[in-house]
Write a protein that binds this ligand. Structure first.
Ligand code: 0X9
Ligand code: CA
Ligand code: CA
Ligand code: ZN
Length: 436
């Protein structure tokens, strides 16, 4: 890997969850880079407060596996990290480890064939053009069940497509509406496949599966397979993955999942520095992509009532099911009472029982502000979850890039959770025996 490339990968590496770097496979290399020395540490932080304290030192938090955070610290940040007083373990030079990972089995795209496509071993993933083709095919195969519309354009002018699935899809019927969003984070390509699976299952399955037919007939299901198509295309444009997280707004991208307008930037759960992987943008909803989804959700208030009742935002990785709030570690807060918190947790745990993920309030990990879930709930009382998909843990950035052979098993793994979610979407409190 060239010096330049190594720097790129290192610079692009952002927040993700549960990374464990394998000590035995890494060959230490001198840092010949002009970029600052970056060192990987494991930090033992066994409470949300301690983990949030670590995140706020400015280190790049890669992952959390129980109480163990894996972080990258630049030399100047190591003082702050040590000042937390938490136990640290030095795992060595980050760029050397990243360089070793970066060559994985990416195929050289020399020859310039289809540059916006995935490397060898990943061609089962849908790039943006293939995703659009899949949506159009669904429309022609199931014109009676779906309606395709654009929520507007991304920063670079790509359409943010939304597919509605229901009986009489052209009519706005009085049925609970459910929203699935994928790919807020560019490199989380498996989530696009999750949205495409939901589309396939609830259209192709309609004619033969009575459970599916019942759910489709009684709900209006909205699926947005890519909320961040610019970032996703950028991640694959060079032929090898960049581990790009944010959107493509100048100069260095905004993290869409820190840009939502409820308690934006309130609580040290995002960064005000444009170079950060959790940059919240200059103002709430400064990202065109979050604006478009916001406007769509706002437009679903009909006769004073929000029609969308439930929402899942798919991410990778760590195998978690998360619910609001992220901005505070308190279980309840203004606008979220104990009954509601209990309903969130109960449905979260029931879904997790079907897929083996770990269910928890999102701030049990560490505090995040400006996330989509907090806005959906606070603004609209939409029961909004984050799924962090496969894998549970990984060596470095490779966690974002499971081979395409994992698409089928790891999306199918969520079939039961999605079905349960759709079932309770008429009234989530019903799961705790309460009424709506
Ligand atoms: O940090 C994030 O945006 C999500 N993790 S990821 O590794 N995919 O970037 C987690 C967001 C969960 N927090 C809230 N929903 N508040
Ligand atoms: Ca309908
Ligand atoms: Ca409706
Ligand atoms: Zn994510």
């Amino acid at each position: 890997m060239s010096r330049k490339r190594r720097g790129l990968v290192a610079a692009a590496l952002g927040v993700c969850l549960t990374m464990v770097l394998p000590l035995n496979t890494v060959t230490a290399q001198p840092n010949t880079n002009s970029s600052p020395q970056r060192t990987v540490f494991e930090v033992t932080a066994d409470s949300p407060e301690a983990r949030t304290r670590v995140a706020r030192t400015g280190v790049d938090v890669l992952g959390a596996n129980g109480p163990t955070l894996t972080v990258i610290a630049e030399a100047r940040q190591q003082w702050a990290l040590r000042a937390t007083g938490l136990p640290l373990k030095d795992l060595g030079d980050a760029d050397a480890q990243l360089a070793a990972l970066g060559k994985a089995d990416f195929t050289d795209r020399a020859g310039g064939v289809d540059p916006q496509d995935f490397p060898s071993g990943y061609t089962g993933y849908h790039n943006f053009q293939e995703t659009v083709a899949e949506l159009n095919k669904t429309v022609s195969d199931h014109a009676n069940l779906v309606k395709l519309s654009s929520l507007g354009k991304s920063y670079e002018g790509r359409d943010l497509w939304a597919l509605k699935i229901s009986d009489n899809p052209g009519a706005d019927e009085n049925e609970p509406e459910v929203l699935f969003t994928c790919n807020q984070h560019a490199r989380e390509h498996l989530t696009v496949e999750m949205c495409l699976r939901i589309i396939k299952k609830y259209t192709d399955g309609y004619a033969t599966n009575p459970t599916i037919k019942n759910l489709v007939d009684s709900r209006e299901i909205w699926v947005v397979p890519s909320v961040n198509p610019d970032g996703a295309e950028y991640d694959i444009a060079s032929g090898s993955f960049r581990a790009w997280r944010k959107n493509r707004q100048p100069s260095n991208g905004t993290d869409p999942n820190r840009n939502w307008g409820f308690k934006w930037g309130c609580c040290g759960g995002s960064s005000g520095s444009p170079s950060s992987e959790t940059y919240r943008g200059p103002s709430a909803f400064s990202a065109p992509e979050t604006q478009r989804v916001r406007d769509f959700v706002n437009s679903r208030v009909v006769g004073g009532a929000q029609q969308i009742k439930t929402h899942i935002d798919f991410h990778t990785y760590s195998e978690l099911i998360l619910w609001p709030y992220g901005y505070t570690t308190a279980d309840t807060a203004p606008g979220l009472d104990a009954n509601e918190a209990n309903a969130f947790a109960t449905l979260g745990r029931r879904m997790a029982a079907t897929n083996g993920y770990t269910p928890e309030q999102s701030s049990d990990l560490y505090v995040t502000d400006g996330s989509v879930n907090d806005w959906m709930w606070a603004q609209h009382k939409i029961w909004s979850y984050t799924f962090e998909m496969y894998p549970k843990s990984s060596s470095g950035t490779s966690g974002f890039y499971p081979r395409d052979t994992q698409i089928e098993p790891q999306t199918a793994r969520n079939d039961s959770a999605v079905e349960l979610f759709l079932t309770y979407s008429d009234c989530v409190p019903r799961i705790t025996g309460r009424t709506c």
